[in-house]
Design a protein around this ligand. Structure first.
Ligand code: CA2
Length: 143
């Protein structure tokens, strides 16, 4: 099984500021956390991060017929991007939306998620563990 893990804008800055919301660990720590888990589960993962909406769309499109699942934290684009929603719909790959923070307890503008309607599940507020739960859901879904 091959899973693509996509992280959106500013997640490369994890651990640098706002540790109260996003924790103290860095993006490199997150990558290691996910790759270690994938190895343990015997699945293949590709990690991708970009600050650019078009690059995220390109990566989703490139996954067409190549990946069995997508885990995506679109970060701020969650709340704005019809393009990323359409990309996920266009490839038809089972996708899980992840947020490190509990977005539902935060500002009003974070209550909208465009991508949610194209996802089989949304996980919020579990920190980095949310990515592992998303992988579990995709493995279960692929059985
Ligand atoms: O909780 C999440 O995972 C979010 O997707 C993170 C996004 C935010 O816009 C979403 O509403 C919820 C922000 C990622 C920015 O990460 C930072 C990392 C270090 C310092 C500041 C922000």
């Amino acid at each position: 099984m091959k899973i693509l893990v996509i992280n959106g804008p500013n997640l490369n800055m994890l651990g640098i500021r706002e540790p109260d919301i996003y924790g103290k660990s860095t993006y490199a720590d997150l990558c290691r956390f996910i790759t270690d888990y994938a190895a343990q589960k015997g699945i293949e993962v590709k990690l991708f991060q970009s600050n650019h909406e078009g690059a995220l769309v390109d990566e989703i499109q490139a996954a067409y017929q190549k990946f069995d699942g997508i885990v995506i934290n679109p970060a701020a684009y969650t709340h704005t991007s019809v393009a990323i929603l359409d990309a996920v719909k266009s490839v038809g790959i089972p996708t899980v939306e992840v947020h490190i923070s509990a977005v539902e307890t935060r500002e009003d503008f974070r209550q909208v998620s465009y991508i949610r309607q194209a996802c089989i599940k949304t996980i919020t507020g579990l920190g980095f563990d949310g990515y592992l739960r998303a992988i579990d859901i995709l493995i279960e879904n692929g059985k």
